[in-house]
Write a protein that binds this ligand. Structure first.
Ligand code: CP
Length: 309
């Protein structure tokens, strides 16, 4: 009997899944990770193909999606702007129509969110956001799963975001509303949250300093001061973000058992000190590994729905 196929769903931002669906993905992640650690064969995506489109560099996203799809029994095609017609102005709509007739699922890392949305509109198969300027939903899946693994539920907890108002921050904003926790954010005054991506709400608290944001937090998290695509702003950002560094003083403002996360790659001595990144509260290596497990659960959900073993 051919494997079941789920109705077409995309994962272009975290809010494309409901809180209940996210809980399902986290439960499946636990199971899929346990099986993987026991070397149990689990290949529900045999004969399925993932196309990965990268318009920006990657280590974790590439390795986790590629390894994950092979482990689930499928195969992978890796496309970049430089080695495909995408870099030679073939319209996104045409690329989407062609690629999605040949594969079962697509992961895209690109610049503007509008680009991945255009691709998805013309795709016959699920499209996953592997990072855009606005959102990084696969990373937040891994971060929330890591928190659950370490501390139990995230509902009712407090997460501190310190640093840039970037794709990670905006995805944390969505996670807080969907999963019921408080997000305390502190960014430099010249780099505030964009209210279109971070609408005011009970789950979002904007703070005037990193210490205020970290106060009472169960998790402190940050990211590089300059995201990919914004390198021209590097020097100005270095000056503006100098006081938005997660160091021992910031961690001391959080709960005594607070975790530290960073999506990586990190710049020790810039957004986080080596003492924190490599210290006992840091779970960044589990966080990175969990990209593999959550994305396997995500691909399983988008392709097979809940009808899984
Ligand atoms: N965190 C993350 O997305 O890492 P890569 O840029 O290496 O994929």
């Amino acid at each position: 009997m051919p494997p079941m196929t789920a109705p077409l769903r995309h994962f272009l931002q975290l809010a494309d899944l409901s809180g209940d669906e996210l809980q399902h993905v986290f439960e499946r992640t636990r199971l899929i990770k346990d099986r993987f650690k026991r070397y149990e064969f689990y290949q529900p995506l045999r004969d399925r193909t993932l196309a990965m489109v990268f318009e920006k560099a990657s280590t974790r996203t590439r390795v986790s999606f590629e390894a994950g799809m092979y482990q689930l029994g499928g195969s992978v095609i890796h496309i970049t702007t430089g080695d495909s017609q995408l870099g030679r102005s073939e319209p996104i709509e045409d690329s989407a129509r062609v690629i999605s007739r040949m594969v079962d699922i697509v992961m895209i890392r690109t610049f503007e969110q509008a680009k991945i949305e255009r691709f998805a509109r013309y795709s016959r198969v699920p499209v996953i956001n592997g990072l855009t300027n606005e959102f990084h939903p696969c990373q937040i899946l891994a971060d929330v799963f890591t928190f659950i693994e370490q501390r139990g539920t995230i509902r009712g907890r407090t997460v501190a975001w310190i640093g840039d108002a970037n794709n990670m921050a905006y995805t944390w904003v969505q996670a807080a509303a969907l999963l019921g926790f408080t997000l305390q954010v502190s960014t430099p005054p010249a780099y505030p949250l964009d209210p279109r991506l971070a609408p005011a709400g009970a789950h979002l608290k904007v703070c005037d300093s990193p210490l205020a944001a970290a106060h009472g937090a169960d998790l402190v998290t940050t990211d590089v001061w300059t995201s990919m695509g914004f390198e021209a702003q590097n020097e100005a950002r270095r000056r503006a973000f100098a006081d938005w560094r997660v160091d021992a003083r910031v961690m001391a403002a959080a709960r005594h058992d607070a975790l530290f996360m960073h999506c990586l790659p990190a710049h020790r001595g810039e957004e986080v000190t080596a003492e924190v990144l490599d210290g006992p509260q840091s779970v960044v290596w589990d966080e990175a590994e969990n990209r593999l497990h959550v994305q396997k659960a995500l691909m399983e959900y988008l392709l097979l729905g809940r009808d899984v073993a």
